[in-house]
Design a protein around this ligand. Structure first.
Ligand code: DC
Length: 224
C-alpha cells in the first residue's frame, strides 16, 4: 500500500539499536529523525533540576506548565532546549535516563508530549522512534516497525559499548539491567511497550548494523 504520509514509527525495547538505525535510515532517505526518548529525557532533566522528586507524579505534573521545551533540527540533527539552553548532551547521563523513565510513567507528561510529537512528525517526512509511536502517537503511520533483538544480544552489544568506553561491567549485571528495563517498559500501566497490530517485526539478533539499516530503508521504500 502506498501512502502520501511520510511517517515511520519505530518502537521496541531499550538497546535494540532503534536510534542508531532510525538515524542512519533517515539520513539515507533525507528525512528527519525524531528521537522521542530525548523529549522524555529533557522533561526528566528539567524536573530533576527544579528539585522536584521525579517519582512523585503530582510534583512532576506541577512542573509542566513552567517547562520551556523547544526542539530544533540543525543539519538534520535534533537539538533539544530547555529554557533556551541546549540540553542535548546533558540528557544523556544515567541520572537523566532514570528521570526520563520516571516521568514517562506520568499521564500528564505523555499528554504534554503527544501533540508536540505529532506536530514534529507532520512538519516534515519523519522517522520517529520510541515505545508508543505506532500504538499511540502515530496510529496512522504507513510504516510501523517493531525493532527488537534477544535480551542476550542486546546485553552483549551494551557490554561491548561499555568496554569500548573503558567501563568493565560483568555481563550478568548488564543482562539483568536489560531484563529489568524490559520488564518496566512492558508492564507499566500507561503506554506500555508493545508491538502495534500492524507493525512489521524486525528482529536484529542475527543482523549486522548495516543489514538492519538496509532492512528498515527497504521497508520504508516499499511502502511510501
Ligand atoms: O529511548 P530512551 O532511552 O532515550 O528513552 C528514555 C525514556 O523515555 C525511557 O525510559 C522510555 C521513555 N520513553 C517513552 O516512554 N516513550 C517514548 N516514546 C520514548 C521514550
Amino acid at each position: 500500500m502506498h501512502s502520501n504520509l511520510k511517517q515511520v514509527a519505530i518502537d521496541g525495547p531499550s538497546g535494540a539499536g532503534k536510534s542508531t538505525i532510525a538515524q542512519a535510515a533517515a539520513r539515507q532517505l533525507g528525512w528527519a529523525y525524531i528521537d522521542t526518548g530525548a523529549l522524555y529525557r529533557a522533561i526528566g532533566l528539567a524536573v530533576m533540576r527544579s528539585g522536584a522528586n521525579t517519582k512523585n507524579e503530582d510534583a512532576v505534573a506541577a512542573c509542566l506548565p513552567v517547562i520551556e521545551l523547544d526542539v530544533q533540527y540543525v543539519n538534520g540533527e535534533q537539538q533539544v532546549y530547555i529554557a533556551g539552553e541546549n540540553v542535548s548532551e546533558a540528557i544523556r547521563t544515567p541520572e537523566a535516563s532514570l528521570a526520563a523513565s520516571d516521568v514517562g510513567k506520568v499521564p500528564a507528561v505523555r499528554d504534554f508530549l503527544l501533540q508536540l510529537q505529532r506536530d514534529l512528525a507532520a512538519a516534515q517526512p519523519s522517522i520517529l522512534d520510541g515505545r508508543d509511536i505506532g500504538t499511540v502517537v502515530l496510529p496512522h503511520a504507513p510504516v510501523k516497525i517493531y525493532l527488537t533483538a534477544s535480551a542476550e544480544m542486546r546485553a552483549q552489544r551494551r557490554h561491548s559499548q561499555l568496554a569500548e568506553k573503558g567501563i568493565d561491567e560483568p555481563f550478568e549485571k548488564v543482562l539483568a539491567e536489560v531484563n529489568a528495563r524490559d520488564e518496566q517498559d512492558m508492564n507499566r500501566a500507561i503506554a506500555p511497550l508493545r508491538q502495534a497490530d500492524d507493525a512489521v517485526l524486525l528482529d536484529t539478533t542475527h543482523l549486522s548494523l548495516d543489514e538492519s539499516i538496509q532492512a528498515v530503508v527497504q521497508l520504508i521504500r516499499n511502502a511510501v
